[in-house]
Design a protein around this ligand. Structure first.
Ligand code: ZN
Length: 259
């Protein structure tokens, strides 16, 4: 068991390293297959300096060539992804559901960071995970037991709700409140988690986003015209709901029936 966990952990680190590449390159429209180079001096990073986590520790977080600090985000993401891999493995074992769940969570983590850093939700992710979500619901390996109908309704209706509310917002306020990226992201989540969960995610993420926004305005880190990376909150809330669903058997539908 411990040995298997170690393998999964190391596997998670290497996937985390790839996730770092996606977070950095997708918003800049850079090729994700090219080898890595230092973001400061452009020096090509040798394979032995590119080992997840280990290289960061050996190099004490500095580029071997220019000695500039490497962002702590790299080891953080690697550790985060490998911890998620371990948790999913403990819950689902090495199964197809585990792989689909892992992929879905990875896609959300990429979007959380690209939106936070660049206000960009790359189409590469939403356009691949929408059809994948539909395919998954056609198999018996859906990550939260979604039928194809629930999947299609989830994706289409939630996308439409957000699209219409963004148009109404624009009509009243004359400013863009929500980008197409956010709408595609919500729709993508709808195809994976179904409509009740996604509506819950829309409401909760708007709530969390406003609270954080107000706090930032209050401590003068932001003014009221600044953008809020809404996709970051959508992603965090979606992971929260998925976690509650899987690990605590919390179901939004039960909540709706109760009240
Ligand atoms: Zn460098």
């Amino acid at each position: 068991m411990t040995f298997e966990l170690l393998i999964i952990f190391v596997f998670g680190l290497s996937i985390g390293s790839f996730v770092n590449v996606c977070i950095y390159r997708l918003p800049l429209n850079k090729n994700i297959n090219k080898s890595s180079s230092c973001t400061f001096c452009g020096n090509k990073i040798k394979y032995f300096d590119n080992i997840p986590l280990i290289s960061f520790l050996i190099l004490t977080g500095k580029c071997r060539n220019c000695k500039k600090n490497i962002s702590i985000q790299y080891p953080f993401i690697e550790l985060l992804i490998s911890s998620i891999a371990v948790l999913i493995y403990l819950k689902f074992d090495f199964t197809i559901v585990a792989i689909f769940s892992f992929l879905f969570i990875i896609s959300l983590i990429i979007l959380i960071f690209t939106d936070y850093q660049h206000f960009i939700i790359p189409n590469e992710i939403t356009y691949s995970f929408i059809p994948l979500g539909i395919l998954v619901s056609l198999t018996n390996y859906s990550i939260i037991d979604l039928s194809i109908y629930e999947c299609l309704i989830g994706g289409l209706v939630s996308g439409l709700i957000l699209f219409i509310s963004s148009k109404i917002f624009f009509y009243i306020k004359k400013i863009e409140g929500m980008g197409m990226g956010d709408i595609k992201m919500i729709s993508m989540i709808g195809f994976w988690l179904g409509l009740p969960n996604t509506i819950f995610i829309i409401i909760l993420s708007a709530f969390f986003g406003s609270i954080v926004g107000l706090l930032l305005i209050f401590i003068k880190k932001m003014n009221r015209y600044d953008h809020i990376p809404y996709g970051t909150f959508i992603g965090l809330t979606a992971i929260l709901i998925w976690t509650l669903n899987i690990f605590l058997e919390f179901d939004v539908k039960d909540l709706l029936i109760k009240y």
